[in-house]
Design a protein around this ligand. Structure first.
Ligand code: F6R
Length: 242
């Protein structure tokens, strides 16, 4: 894992943007793996701006998202489908049928997970996966204890994750209890990964990640076994690193 330390959330977004932009210019038909949450919003803003400036195009790019809540329709303002349209897809030239996200409303959730895995294969795999990290070390919604050989599956969110995400909902009880997430083995098959961490709440997860002890207690620790991972942290998230 390569570590890049930057000053603050803004510098983190700028660094991540340069990384994604370079890959997109090298390979216009890039397959992007996308994340939601607060951390990549600044990256998406920069990608939208660069598209508007004519610096980059997504016309040939494709994307898959890491996860989606079970039970939220795509027009629910807290669904990840909505988040992605709001922050990125509505503002760029990626064709409508070129981005995919798990359908948390599928009647048969197992079949939806299988469809999603097949879709990633059909795209030829993910070229560049963007990840955030949970305070408990989750990546996607792979919570502590998730097996490293997991593929796309339905997962039950931990109380810690539901509390962390409660800020986006009217009441904490409104936070869905389940999600569909790419599995850890699915994520590990990406050809390249960038993990972004910003703020004090991520300090402990980042400290544990760089202890480089691989354990399902810290799902992100599997990334130490991947040949091409860049971790970008701001000063607060990286404060406990040597
Ligand atoms: C989002 C996702 C999650 C988040 C993580 C951090 O698609 O898969 O793993 O990346 O929960 O979220 P934020 O960025 O809100 O701190």
């Amino acid at each position: 894992m390569e570590l890049l330390k930057v000053r603050d959330a803004d510098a983190l977004s700028a660094q991540a943007f340069e990384h994604v932009k370079a890959r997109l210019l090298e390979k216009p038909d890039l397959v992007l793996g996308l994340a939601t949450g607060s951390t990549p919003i600044g990256l998406y803003q920069r990608l939208v701006q660069a598209y508007r400036n004519g610096e980059i195009s997504f016309a040939r790019a494709r994307s898959v998202n890491l996860d989606e809540y079970v039970g939220l329709p795509p027009n629910h303002d807290q669904s990840y489908a909505y988040f992605m349209r709001y922050h990125l897809f509505d503002h760029i030239d990626m064709p409508e049928d070129a981005h995919d996200i798990p359908n948390g409303m599928a009647r048969d959730l197992e079949a939806e997970c299988a469809r999603y895995e097949a879709q990633i294969k059909r795209l030829g795999g993910v070229d560049l996966q963007i990840l955030g990290i949970g305070t408990n070390g989750h990546i996607g919604f792979n919570e502590p204890g998730t097996p490293f050989d997991s593929r796309t599956h339905v997962t039950t969110l931990t109380e810690e994750t539901r509390q962390a995400n409660a800020r986006f909902f009217n009441t904490p009880e409104d936070v869905p209890k389940q999600a569909i997430t790419m599995g850890l083995a699915t994520i590990m098959e990406s050809r390249e990964i960038i993990l972004l961490a910003s703020g004090k709440s991520k300090q402990e997860a980042i400290r544990r990640l760089f202890q480089k002890e691989v354990s399902t207690d810290l799902p992100a620790s599997i990334l130490t076994q991947h040949p091409r991972v860049t971790v970008i942290v701001d000063e607060e998230a990286g404060a406990l690193l040597p």
